[in-house]
Design a protein around this ligand. Sequence first.
Ligand SMILES: Nc1ncnc2c1ncn2[C@@H]1O[C@H](COP(=O)(O)OP(=O)(O)OP(=O)(O)O)[C@@H](O)[C@H]1O
Length: 258
Amino acid sequence: MSAVIEVRHLKTQLGEHLIHEDVSFDVHQGDIMGIIGGSGTGKSVLLREITRLIKPVSGSIKIFGEEILNRSENETAWIRRQCGIMFQNGALFSALTVAENVAVPLQEHTQLSPRLIAEIAAYKIALVGLPPSAANKYPSQLSGGMIKRASVARALALDAHILFLDEPTAGLDPVGAGALDELILQLRDLLGLTVVLVTHDLDSLWKVTNKITVLAEKKVLTVAPIQTLITMDYPWLIEYFQGARGRVATQEYSWTIK
Ligand SMILES: Nc1ncnc2c1ncn2[C@@H]1O[C@H](COP(=O)(O)OP(=O)(O)OP(=O)(O)O)[C@@H](O)[C@H]1O
């Protein structure tokens, strides 16, 4: 099966700082792939590279088999429309309502009439489980969980096939975080999405991911399901999964290991 995203030998330097020396991995159709690694290992930077917001020094990133590096904005416009991104903290425009936020990508990238754009925005808002009343609210009037859902609605405004999520459950209480995990699974199944997820949330890693890319020492340490990662003899992984918090999650979910 060909990969939806193929990253090869990515080298990233920002200023003086070498962030990735040689990063390679594949994401396949229907995957929900987690990216984990210590603080500063360049997880968010990696998402921004795949979505063309940051440029690596060298390497290759293919989306649906098409190289996206060293191509013009025009050449890759269709690929960027396939990619919905939810940034850390939602990053909604505070001066716009939820419906207006969701409409922004449609206004920027389509010639649709304002009426149709409003209808699509209302549909996307319903799709992420927000009530219709949320449409006319401003981000400051929403709970943390609603802000996350609104930003997922905006990320999906253009019928993306790949959804990138940067710390989607950060700042949510356990109930809100669990509900967002459910939403990710539902959207994957309903829309046939492929999802790439940067998270520190062990519950999310257990519940939603089918494989995880581990960044360490400026490279990919491994790509494996969580059930494999918890058995690996690598100091950072042992600390991550067998430290106090990791142990609780491992005990809670490891009965699911077949
Ligand atoms: N635009 C930028 N310009 C220069 N340096 C950057 C830029 N963005 C990120 N960095 C640096 O790159 C490194 C990796 O940042 P990144 O946010 O990807 O880390 P992370 O793995 O997501 O960390 P955390 O888990 O703490 O969020 C950090 O040292 C950061 O300061």
